[in-house]
Design a protein around this ligand. Structure first.
Ligand code: SAH
Ligand code: SF4
Ligand code: F3S
Length: 450
């Protein structure tokens, strides 16, 4: 019997990317193949995001497109995974008649059963959230490559007032340390050069007595030429121990994503972020002392309910004080079921957009200045392949997550570490000159076996 082929489209955060690999791992173990091309698929799954309204609108648009495919192929199964599955549940099946299955983030083990039923014409919903599911024993399906995402914890207990994640992902739980370390060992043997440990709030990681700093430190010791990154840290509980662990291990990247959300204490309180701007700024200062050269990125929301012009200025002010290397910037989007949904969404659309635009331009000029300051410096980068614009150039990233483009050099390939001298830059990209090869990527065992 030929195997049914599944195609998954992934939206949203890295957590969803990592989950898609877990889902493919589960499906392959249960006799499904992954389709290389959407037109070959018997089953199309959308792994969805609910974080803002526009994320959901995108999925609705995509479902509209998929209608035509369903007409062409009557038995085609279409399913919704991820955060929208939790938020909308049976509405998706009732309203969007073409959806056959809706399966939330903690029910992926049951997907083979749901898909088999759907192939037999029976629709299904699995949206229970679990207090314990971490998919510890599942080997995620990954193509060979350089960079891998690894979920180390699931869920979130913070309940920031604007955020759907605690509702769509359920309670916080950590994956076992040994299972994470084993996965990293396997990736290192396969020739991977970078792992990013993922959680909505990695600082809460706990397995027995081991906290996140212990996990990071153990991960870094597996392979000194494997870069270890992590995201996301919450400003409330980023510990000194974690900062010291980053400083003590060369291959733990000097880069911290630390969402500030707003520069106004009044707004931070309404957001239930549980820290003040003073605490945030102290933390940045302390981190800069403990980890010389550390860089920061952040998330900012503009136009939260009741945000005044002064609150907005406070956000611009904090951006100037910290000088983030990068930022993800969003307009506030009310999400049903969250605490902030009960507040009046009273900053009008035009003001939200205007403020967002000011935040974006300020960040661009800061990123540009920071990049100009690196001109003349030497940086080690991990080569990731050709630059996006031209095959005459290679591109890679520095430890602090900046993209550097430099002219092609004979014998230098993706996966190599090289030193480059920075010669120029824009707000988004640095340009450099090759200086020396510092670490050649060995051929991976899988590649040798082929
Ligand atoms: N766990 C991470 C963030 C996850 S969501 C953290 O605590 O920082 C990523 C970002 O989306 C958030 O940091 C926030 O800036 C943004 N976001 C979340 N909900 C939002 C909403 N309702 N409207 C606009 N932006 C939102
Ligand atoms: Fe959402 Fe806050 Fe949890 Fe981040 S920490 S996922 S913003 S509730
Ligand atoms: Fe989106 Fe869910 Fe991630 S809402 S941002 S996919 S946790």
């Amino acid at each position: 019997m030929t195997k049914n082929k599944v195609f998954i489209e992934t939206y949203g955060c890295q957590m969803n990317l990592a989950d898609t690999e877990v889902v493919l791992g589960i499906l392959q173990k249960n006799g499904f193949d992954s389709a290389k091309n959407i037109d070959d698929a018997d089953v199309i799954l959308l792994n969805t995001c609910s974080i803002r309204d526009n994320a959901e609108q995108r999925i609705y648009g995509r479902l509209g497109n998929l209608k035509a495919k369903k007409w062409e192929k009557k038995n085609l199964v279409i399913g919704i995974l991820g955060c929208m599955a939790e938020r909308l549940r049976s509405d998706l099946i009732d309203e969007k008649k073409l959806v056959d299955l809706v399966v939330g983030p903690d029910e992926y083990r049951r997907l083979p059963e749901f898909i088999d039923n759907a192939l037999g014409g029976e629709k299904g919903i699995g949206v229970k959230l679990s207090k314990t599911e971490t998919y510890d024993d599942i080997i995620p399906y990954r193509e060979d490559g350089l960079q891998a995402w690894i979920s180390v914890m699931r869920g979130c207990d913070k309940f920031c007032s604007f955020c759907v994640v605690p509702f769509t992902r359920g309670r916080e739980r950590s994956r076992g340390l040994d299972s994470i370390l084993n996965e990293i060992k396997q990736l290192s043997t396969r020739g991977f050069r970078e792992v990013t440990l993922l959680g909505q709030n990695v600082n809460s990681y706990l397995d027995g007595n081991n906290d996140f700093a212990d996990l990071l430190s153990a991960a870094a010791k597996i392979d000194k030429s494997l870069r270890v990154r992590f995201t996301t840290s919450h400003p409330q509980d980023l510990s000194d121990k974690l900062l010291e662990t980053i400083a003590a291990n060369k291959n733990i990247c000097n880069y911290i994503h630390l969402p500030v959300q707003s520069g106004s204490n009044r707004i931070l309180e309404l957001m239930n972020r549980t820290y003040s701007i003073e605490h945030y700024l102290n933390l940045i200062e302390k981190a800069r002392k403990i980890i010389p050269g550390v860089s920061f990125s952040t998330d900012i929301i503009s136009g939260f309910p009741s945000e005044t012009f002064e609150d907005h200025l406070a956000t611009l002010d904090v951006m100037q004080k910290v000088r983030f290397d990068g930022a993800y910037m969003f307009k506030y989007s009310p999400r049903e079921g969250t605490k902030a949904f009960r507040l009046n969404d009273d900053v009008d659309e035009e003001t939200k957009s205007k403020r967002l635009q000011e935040i974006i331009s300020l960040q661009q000029s800061i990123s540009n200045e920071i990049n100009q300051e690196t001109i003349g410096k030497e940086e080690e980068i991990l080569v990731e392949g050709f630059s996006r614009k031209s095959n005459d150039f290679l591109a890679g990233r520095t430890d602090s997550n900046k993209v550097v483009v430099f002219p092609l050099i004979d014998g230098i390939e993706e996966g190599d570490y090289v030193n480059v001298k920075i010669t120029g830059g824009t707000s988004a990209t640095l340009f450099g000159e090759f200086i020396s090869l510092t670490n050649k990527k060995e051929k991976s065992l899988t590649a040798i076996a082929v």
